[in-house]
Design a protein around this ligand. Structure first.
Ligand code: NAD
Length: 501
């Protein structure tokens, strides 16, 4: 960890001015633009229009018209698929530009941002394949007089609202599946990291997505996001963000009974038994806690270690964590970048202070790092954390690892489940029974066994309880953006109600 100076890539850098995409036209906002200050460099890097409620309503109207009258929902699956494949190729061609925007706007390391772009391209290709395979069911088993056909139809206009921590990856977990199903969309990226989503708008136009099918409106949640969750012309809201705003989104959507898909917070445990491959685990613990500076819904922020190994394993994790390279997000060797805003850094610090006051010990780090530019937090380990402490139950969303201990398998499962979240969990043991027992009893959408935070486009992802509602990715992701319609067809003479024949 050394102080860094303004990197070469930013020496003659001019902040990039973006516009919104409404009905195929690039549109300025009316008010003062939102300026994004790079969290790792302290300079303005992007300006986005501060969209208004009126802008949100215009984009919804454009998406509605494109759905009701436009060609997109009527195209063949093959036609939509070809456009999504073209989009994937164009994303790959502009991956460096997109990764650079995600890096400077969010503060994540550039090498990681490039990896996320690779993952996103794969998702667009996967969704393109699903576009051709979307189908319903038929029932030829209802007797000679009846044939039942269940259609899958695009649900309509979808509002897509995304957070700042994985700007391009998360829009890619939603938009290509909605498009594959034939939906039209209004997309609102976070007001902190809108750049790469707006470049995606350019890419989709070039790929052949018709005007009005993808609209991108920028601005704050209360001004622009809220109307996207209440407007009667919106059929579904797909939201990723905090549990608090997720709850509000669901309440807003309930007024017109929209379908909602929610990907929310997590407080994910890694349960470790003495017979585990501890070398592999120590690496996964450091990765799970500090990847994306811990600003990750899937962060493995709670370790639940068997008491017999807790002290030794904690010391080994601390040794490895000291080697993690925190610094300039644009340096290809950086592993942990900047914290998203100064306010968020203060919130992380308050959690650490609160835990220390409640009796936990700061085994590593615990404070902000002054690297000369931007805001950074030292990789932190808190030991002696008790299950009822705020730091063990709430999402810190920073590089802070809490260490808890257990004696029996039942106790480990109880601690893992004793929170409001249920996004993901890890279990480490060489014993097959132990892994399966814990894997089946822990209530979370993903359980990693002897690994952590792996993923694939084919595997569904989402949360139990207050971590969310619905699943993204996987072969059913496209079905989430559909309605089913039953065609109940009669064959031959019908038996009348009044005059039985
Ligand atoms: P956030 O809830 O503050 O904001 C998310 C989005 O919602 C932003 O675009 C924001 O502008 C918008 N928004 C805010 N208020 C709104 C309102 N009243 N109506 C409509 N939209 C509104 O979340 P964040 O700080 O951007 O992201 C961090 C959170 O996201 C963490 O809790 C994290 O766990 C969660 N997250 C979850 C997943 C997942 O897949 N489960 C993935 C990434 C992030």
């Amino acid at each position: 960890m050394t102080a860094h100076v303004k990197p070469k890539a930013l020496e003659n850098f001019k902040a990039r001015d973006f516009r919104m995409l409404i009905d195929g036209a690039w549109t300025e906002g009316t008010g003062q633009p939102i300026e994004r200050i790079a969290p790792g460099h302290g300079i303005v890097v992007s300006r986005y229009p501060a969209g208004s409620k009126g802008d949100a309503e215009r984009t919804i109207a454009a998406a509605r018209k494109a759905f009701d009258d436009g060609p997109w929902p009527s195209m063949t699956g093959a036609e939509r698929s070809n456009i999504l494949l073209k989009a994937a190729d164009l994303i790959a061609a502009r991956a460096d530009e997109l990764a650079f925007l995600d890096c400077i706007e969010s503060g994540k390391p550039i090498s990681q941002a490039k990896g996320e772009l690779g993952g996103a391209v794969d998702i667009w290709r996967y969704a393109a394949a699903l576009a051709r395979d979307l189908h319903g069911e038929s029932y030829n088993t209802l007797g000679d007089g009846t044939l039942g056909v269940v259609l899958r139809e695009a649900i309509g206009v979808v509002s897509i609202i995304t957070p700042w921590n994985f700007p391009f990856l998360i829009v890619s977990q939603k938009l290509p599946f909605a498009l594959a199903a034939g939906c039209t969309t209004v997309v609102k990226p976070s007001e902190l990291t809108s750049g790469s989503t707006l470049v995606l708008g350019e890419i989709l136009i070039e790929a052949g997505v018709p005007a009005g099918v993808v609209n991108i409106v920028t601005g704050t949640g209360p001004e622009v996001g809220a109307p996207m969750t209440t407007h009667p012309d919106v059929d579904m809201v797909s939201f990723t963000g905090s549990t608090g705003v997720g709850r509000l989104t669901m309440a807003n959507a309930a007024q017109t009974l929209k379908k909602v898909s929610l990907e929310l917070g997590g407080k994910n445990p890694q349960i470790v038994f003495p017979d585990a491959d501890l070398d592999a685990f120590v690496d996964a613990a450091v990765f799970g806690a500090y990847f994306n500076a811990g600003e990750c819904c899937n962060a493995g922020s709670r370790l639940i270690l068997h008491t017999s190994i807790a002290a030794d394993v904690t010391a080994r994790i601390a040794d490895l964590a000291k080697k993690v390279k925190v610094g300039d997000p644009l340096d290809p060797a950086t592993q942990v970048g900047a914290i998203i805003t100064p306010q968020h850094l203060a919130k992380i610090g308050a959690y650490v202070d609160g835990a220390a006051k409640a009796g936990a010990s700061v085994a590593l780090g615990g404070a902000a790092l002054d690297l000369g530019l931007g805001q950074f937090m030292a990789p932190t380990i808190l030991s002696g954390v008790q299950p009822d402490m705020a730091v063990a139950r709430e999402e810190v969303f920073g590089p802070v690892l809490s260490v808890l201990t257990f004696e029996t398998t039942e106790e480990a499962i109880r601690i893992a489940n004793a929170i409001d979240y249920g996004l993901s969990a890890g279990v480490w043991s060489r014993d097959f029974d132990t892994c399966l027992t814990v894997g089946r009893k822990v209530r979370a959408g993903t359980i990693w066994m002897n690994t952590f935070m792996d993923g694939a486009s084919e595997l569904p992802f989402g949360g139990y309880r207050q971590s969310g509602l619905g699943r993204e990715l996987g072969r059913h992701a496209v079905e989430d953006y559909t309605e089913t319609k039953t065609l109940n067809m009669h064959i031959g003479a019908r038996t009348g109600w009044w005059m039985p024949r």
